[in-house]
Design a protein. Sequence first.
Length: 267
Amino acid sequence: MSESPEVSPAMETVQAAGVTRLLSIMARLRDRDAGCEWDIAQTFATIAPYTIEEAYEVADAIDRDDLPALREELGDLLLQVVFHARMAEELGAFDFDAVAHAISDKMTERHPHIFGDAADQGQSREVRWEAQKAAERAAKGATSALDGVALALPALMRAEKLQKRAARVGFDWPDTEGPRAKVIEELDELAAARTENERLDEAGDLLFAAVNLVRRYGVAPEDALRHGNAKFERRFRAMEALAGSDFPALSLEAQEELWQRVKAAER
């Protein structure tokens, strides 16, 4: 078995002190007699949106390559973990230490080639990972290949994960031709929709089909749309800068001309 990198006693003390202080602060905030009224009133459900928001703010700091901001946002995200763990501890379910031990156990189990026997070295990372994930889902009583895909994921990301799960059991197009034809089919069906419910249904099918096509090209749909959003925002701001305060009053044709000028300048 591989040895873990050693951490000096001094470093362990510093790390433990930081975590202990944060846990103590949260315990004080949640104190029923002397704590913060807002913190006391929170539940798992009310805190969950903040947890998601903080994760996105971590990603934003990374996208901006802003390490000082990343340090701050990681702290905000850690606070969310501490908050949930404290509420669970109050219910007698588990505490922060149990959370830390659980993820430590999971990581060592998922990396037997690092922490396990030499016999595990021969398997590819993909084979090990999928086998471990399948075993974990089975242990949790999974009855479908789609079990465990979190409902709270952004819809675009969840669509990709559902499709990948289906693909693992053979339900997938062999190439890009199938999903490309499906996108065209769904475009026609959306155009033919007449009621609000029909448009909702067909729009969902179109977006799901588009995710499938992008995925088959080997591109992560979430990354692709984030890139597309950033490109649109960059170009739109450039159009506004060219036109100044007159931009809203311009005709669509004039705005399109500005758009083409901005695109040409990027080439």
